[in-house]
Ligand binder design. Structure first.
Ligand SMILES: *[C@@H]1O[C@H](CO)[C@@H](O)[C@H](O)[C@H]1NC(C)=O
Ligand SMILES: *[C@@H]1O[C@H](CO)[C@@H](O)[C@H](O)[C@H]1NC(C)=O
Ligand SMILES: *[C@@H]1O[C@H](CO)[C@@H](O)[C@H](O)[C@H]1NC(C)=O
Ligand SMILES: *[C@@H]1O[C@H](CO)[C@@H](O)[C@H](O)[C@H]1NC(C)=O
Ligand SMILES: *[C@@H]1O[C@H](CO)[C@@H](O)[C@H](O)[C@H]1NC(C)=O
Ligand SMILES: *[C@@H]1O[C@H](CO)[C@@H](O)[C@H](O)[C@H]1NC(C)=O
Ligand SMILES: *[C@@H]1O[C@H](CO)[C@@H](O)[C@H](O)[C@H]1NC(C)=O
Ligand SMILES: *[C@@H]1O[C@H](CO)[C@@H](O)[C@H](O)[C@H]1NC(C)=O
Ligand SMILES: *[C@@H]1O[C@H](CO)[C@@H](O)[C@H](O)[C@H]1NC(C)=O
Length: 842
């Protein structure tokens, strides 16, 4: 007994670290170990003679210094201050990825080209690319500020039969910090990695079990995008390539270097010349797309566990959440819902009546989300296995047989989503007629294990590179976009299933550049420890800068059992991330919020209800993301780019422009330091509306209790909320809005609010929505259309206006109005969506 206990204790301790023998470090991966200490030296020269400049494309010949090899360099001008740089052997069999960009980029003509003996200058508005002959480099200028350089002296390209590795150095002369290179459990601002110290940031989709904090190890997602943020210029790049990469970062006092070591594929880099961070983000999302609006219910609270055992469990959990007054919109089923781990089947014993289960959920306005992975049980008679085998839809070994290895169902094969026919087949499995026991109440799909994860430690628990995809493509060339391709097919499946009417909701673990077009993602299998509360902010902020706006973490921690305190902090922080789901491993204790003491319940209830009250803010920001490409949550530097003190703050976020939130990732704290940005005229009101305010003058210690985390509204803003507590988003449909107006004595406040039918694509396809500007003073509030709208059912009805006036002496006066100055109830005033509605308050 004692020995057993000891073994358990040891397992429990060692379990919380990633296995550094199983997951390879730089010294064990050729492309990193062979290149990391590559010397800077001139290996290539540009030949200006014969360069061609035509219709926005400049083509140069490039030669190795010994003249042994010919390459080409293309520089293409793309709409919106973007350049594209491609370097490739003239005789090349490099693989070029497809389907990642959101349509072909629009090429625009250069404004001017100037040639000298040593360089070619290409002008595009006030941006400029300069190709230097020797030493070879391509420099990029924004308004005459040199902001990004592709360095020739660490450029190498190798064109072998099976491998096509390359390296390239990029410097950001203006950068004070670099951001991006998702996905890592690290601080937002990338740190120096250097030989002898930490490994370079590794980018390879894999199931990093027990991921560690502050690590450069590869994780589930791969987004090879890097931004250099500086006071005088911000720029960025996107390496359009899905092979494994390692990126060494060297930060300097001013300026930073990145050295890309890439295992295969094409050297195809998009350069974003800003000049602001907002511009850089918009330039990137203009290429890889935005998320469509999520169905509103997916912005509510999600209850998940691996796994709810049977349909009775589902029924009971929802009933208990209702009894204990916890709003919830969706409940999730892990792999146990299937028969013998076979996707697109229901477990005949425990989920014998899925239609009834779905009908019951639907009657309470709740949705179901089920797991659907890319691996399929090898079993003759299982229709997916049979059909996919018959049609050659599985990934192959080199000898042409189906690749097989171990996963949840035992011996499995993996759908080859690179094959368009396999994608179509997989999409069709989601049709109601093909997946018996499903209805629109099965509102979402969870694509898990799609890095892909494989139960084989010899291969780092993911595909070996010699497995072969459609068209003879090696996994080496597309490894990082496999999960992306799965979500693309799932998305099409859900679109087709509902005849294109309903917005799909998909949660994916693996993700790539552009995944935002198809799916939300979460940070994967985290651990019930305090550090995992705050790391979720830095990871989701990073993702939001890279277009992946719909991000969340496992509230509570996937592995382990949180203390009461930790669970509350997880909920409080998670309620302010775009995707909000409680989730736990099968090994963890049950932790539905009603299982805790009344005090703990009260805190969690408040966190969830605060989330629901702010749904109009979330929904409006998601709309603005679809329209402009902006992040939903933002690091402080996004709106305060010139304040060098806050460039590393990553446990605080801005929800849009106006709400500031601080996560608490420490135990038993009685106060926390908060950075208030913006200078002394930027006033932050406590969201408790108790009249407490803070000027934006930097670090301040704020007393905290377990009841809530610090949240602030910005002076000058109008925050639209819905204050009536309801069991689900659907039940909030007929509630009016509360507008909270935060202004300075004698000044104005502004906001926006968006509404539509919450579920369909009519906002996109038939302009059925309303999008309004809110303008307020102490005397009146004006609602006016940003886009004219005659969609009466979506026009906003305001119940209550709360005006907080900040006086110069620091006092705050609060007034609340349900009637206008003439005693007319505000919620009876009709806003027509064409002319402004003026509500006179006093
Ligand atoms: C890399 O991993 C190997 C095998 O686990 C280990 O022996 C070696 O010390 C590691 N190297 C570094 C630099 O951490
Ligand atoms: C450059 O563009 C030309 C014309 O589109 C194309 O033929 C060539 O392959 C490109 N070269 C590189 C290096 O991308
Ligand atoms: C910004 O540019 C100004 C003027 O060129 C220079 O003095 C300053 O040092 C630069 N600041 C940073 C942070 O690069
Ligand atoms: C049904 O659920 C029970 C309890 O979780 C489990 O023991 C049993 O194996 C499940 N049945 C099937 C067919 O999976
Ligand atoms: C649906 O709800 C009814 C009434 O509560 C219950 O008897 C039935 O078992 C539920 N069905 C399922 C599949 O949960
Ligand atoms: C679908 O499932 C229901 C019950 O779950 C069953 O009665 C029906 O026969 C099934 N239909 C098909 C086509 O398999
Ligand atoms: C989709 O269209 C078909 C044919 O018009 C119709 O039978 C079906 O009910 C529609 N399904 C949905 C979910 O709208
Ligand atoms: C959409 O959902 C939100 C949140 O539940 C609600 O406030 C709004 O009234 C809904 N709009 C419509 C048209 O149902
Ligand atoms: C408010 O603004 C008006 C017009 O700008 C000015 O006349 C008045 O003095 C201001 N009042 C206060 C209290 O600042």
């Amino acid at each position: 007994m004692l020995t057993q206990l000891l073994v358990l204790v040891i397992l429990a301790i060692s379990a919380n670290a990633a296995d550094h023998d199983m997951y390879h470090n730089c010294s064990r991966v050729d492309v990193c170990s062979q290149n990391r200490e590559l010397e800077r030296q001139e290996r290539y020269q540009i030949i200006l003679e014969g360069a061609v400049f035509s219709q926005g494309v400049a083509s140069f010949r490039v030669q190795t210094t010994d003249g042994s090899e010919n390459l080409g360099l293309n520089i293409t001008a793309i709409e919106g201050n973007i350049f594209r740089v491609q370097i490739e052997e003239t005789e090349s069999s490099r693989y070029h990825i497809q389907d990642v960009l959101d349509g072909e980029p629009t090429v625009v003509n250069f404004d001017d080209v100037q040639l000298s003996l040593t360089s070619a200058e290409i002008f595009l508005g006030d941006k400029r690319a300069v190709v230097n002959v020797s030493p070879f480099s391509v420099e990029f200028y924004a308004n005459d500020v040199l902001t990004l350089v592709i360095e020739g002296d660490r450029l190498t390209l190798e064109n072998e039969e099976l491998r096509h590795p390359f390296t390239v150095g990029v410097s950001f002369p203006q950068a004070l910090h670099l951001y991006g290179l998702h996905e890592h459990a690290d601080h937002l601002a990338l740190r120096t990695t250097a030989p002898g110290g930490d490994d370079p940031y590794r980018i390879k989709t894999m199931d990093l079990t027990y991921f560690e904090l502050f690590s450069t190890m590869a994780m589930y997602g791969a987004v090879p995008v890097l931004y250099g943020h500086g006071i005088n210029a911000t720029s960025g790049l996107f390496l359009h390539n899905a092979a494994e990469q390692w990126v060494e970062i060297t930060n300097k006092d001013i300026g930073a270097d990145a050295f890309f070591m890439v295992d295969s594929g094409a050297l195809d880099i998009f350069i974003f010349l800003g000049p602001s961070t907002t511009d850089v983000v918009r330039q990137y999302t203009s290429l890889t797309g935005v998320a469509h609006l999520p169905p509103i219910w997916s912005l509510g609270y999600h209850q998940c566990r691996w796994g709810y055992a049977d349909q009775q469990d589902v029924q009971t959990v929802i009933a208990d959440l209702d009894t204990y007054d916890f709003p919830v919109d969706a409940i999730w089923l892990d792999i146990q819902h299937t028969q013998d781990m076979k996707f697109f089947t229901w477990n005949s014993e425990n989920f014998s009546d899925p239609f009834d289960m779905l009908a019951n959920l639907s009657s309470t306005h709740r949705y179901l989300v089920t797991l659907s992975d890319p691996h399929f049980k090898v079993e003759e008679g299982y229709f997916v296995y049979d059909e996919a085998t018959a049609n050659d839809y599985f990934i192959k070994n080199l000898d042409g047989t189906n690749y097989e290895d171990q996963c949840w169902p035992g011996t499995s094969s993996w759908m080859d989503y690179l094959n368009p026919a396999a994608r179509d087949y997989y999409s069709s499995l989601y049709l109601y007629e093909n997946w018996n026991g499903t209805t629109p109440t099965l509102g979402g799909i969870w694509n898990d294990m799609n890095e892909a994860a494989i139960f084989n430690e010899e291969i780092e628990k993911t595909f070996p590179y010699d497995v072969v995809h459609y068209g003879g493509v090696s996994n080496r060339d597309i490894h990082n976009m496999y999960g992306y391709l799965q979500t693309m097919a799932t998305h099409k499946g859900l679109i087709d299933r509902d005849n294109g009417t309903l917005r799909p909701f998909i949660l994916t673990r693996a993700h790539f550049s552009g995944s935002q077009r198809y799916a939300a993602f979460w940070t994967g299998d985290n651990t019930a420890e305090f550090g995992f509360v705050t790391i979720s902010y830095s990871m989701c902020l990073n993702a939001n800068l890279l277009g992946l706006v719909f991000c969340g973490n496992d509230v509570g921690g996937f592995f382990g059992d949180p203390s009461d305190e930790l669970l509350q902090r997880f909920y409080q922080a998670g309620a302010w991330l775009p995707f909000f789901r409680e989730h736990a491993s099968q090994e963890s204790e049950r932790r539905e919020p009603y299982l805790f003491s009344e005090e703990v319940q009260a805190t969690i209830r408040e966190a969830i209800k605060t989330r629901y009250a702010h749904l109009p803010v979330w929904y409006t920001l998601f709309y603005e993301h679809t329209r402009f490409g902006d992040p939903v949550i933002r690091p402080l530097f996004y709106h305060y780019p010139n304040d060098v003190e806050l460039l590393e703050v990553d446990d605080q976020l801005l929800l849009g422009r106006n709400i500031l939130v601080k996560a608490i990732g420490e135990s038993e704290v009685t106060s926390v330091p908060i950075y208030f940005p913006g200078g002394e005229d930027e006033i932050w009101f406590s969201a408790q509306l108790d009249g407490t305010t803070f000027p934006g003058t930097g670090w301040t210690d704020i007393p905290v209790t377990i009841e809530r985390i610090p949240v602030y509204y910005r002076l000058g803003s109008i925050i639209p909320t819905k204050q009536t507590s309801r069991p689900s988003t659907t039940d909030m449909r007929n509630d009016g809005y509360t507008l909270t107006v935060l202004l300075r004595n004698n000044d104005t406040a502004q906001g926006t609010v968006y509404n539509d039918d919450n579920l369909s694509f009519e906002y996109r396809d038939s302009q059925k929505y309303s999008y309004s500007d809110l303008f307020g003073t102490e005397e009146q509030v004006v609602i006016s259309p940003i886009d004219e709208s005659d969609n009466e059912e979506f026009l906003i009805v305001v119940d209550n206006i709360v005006v907080l006036t900040y006086n110069d002496d620091g006092t705050v006066v609060k007034n609340s109005y349900k009637h206008d100055v003439n005693g007319v109830p505000i919620n009876q005033m009709k806003y027509e969506g064409k002319e402004p509605l003026v509500i006179i308050l006093r």
